[in-house]
Design a protein around this ligand. Structure first.
Ligand SMILES: Cc1cc2nc3c(=O)[nH]c(=O)nc-3n(C[C@H](O)[C@H](O)[C@H](O)COP(=O)(O)OP(=O)(O)OC[C@H]3O[C@@H](n4cnc5c(N)ncnc54)[C@H](O)[C@@H]3O)c2cc1C
Length: 96
């Protein structure tokens, strides 16, 4: 179940075994694993269901010293799924 902020405000109290902040690869993997162990999970996502300029503007800023190909604002994505929404298909090899 996905609740928008407006719907969420009408519910006074929420209980869960685990609260995960962020719905990117890390948060979603953690939440899924916790749910598989039978734990109740709430995932809090700062952005909206889909991309919006208003939400993404929160990441606006200047980067000094490091040249970022997508600029600071677009180097991470602030909506459901996080930066996995712009994953370019590259996979690193895990060293043993
Ligand atoms: C253009 C681009 C291309 C990429 N290509 C590749 C690739 O080819 N291969 C690869 O392995 N990696 C790639 N990456 C990197 C990969 O996308 C990230 O490493 C990965 O998505 C990080 O996952 P994460 O869950 O740690 O963070 P994120 O995906 O950034 O998720 C964090 C989530 O938390 C939310 N959030 C942040 N703060 C709060 C808060 N205070 N409260 C609530 N919610 C919050 C954000 O809105 C976001 O949804 C790429 C990244 C970019 C930007």
């Amino acid at each position: 179940m996905i609740l928008k902020q407006g719907d969420w405000l009408y519910k006074k109290e929420h209980y869960a075994d685990v609260v995960v902040v962020g719905s990117g690869a890390a948060g979603t993997a953690l939440a899924t694993k916790c749910a598989a162990f039978g734990l109740s999970v709430i995932v809090l996502e700062g952005g909206e269901r889909d991309y919006s300029e208003t939400s993404q503007d929160c990441y606006s800023g200047e980067s000094e010293g490091i040249s970022l190909p997508y600029g600071l604002k677009n180097s991470r994505l602030r909506f459901y799924g996080g930066s996995t929404n712009c994953w370019a298909g590259g996979c690193g090899v895990l060293n043993k």
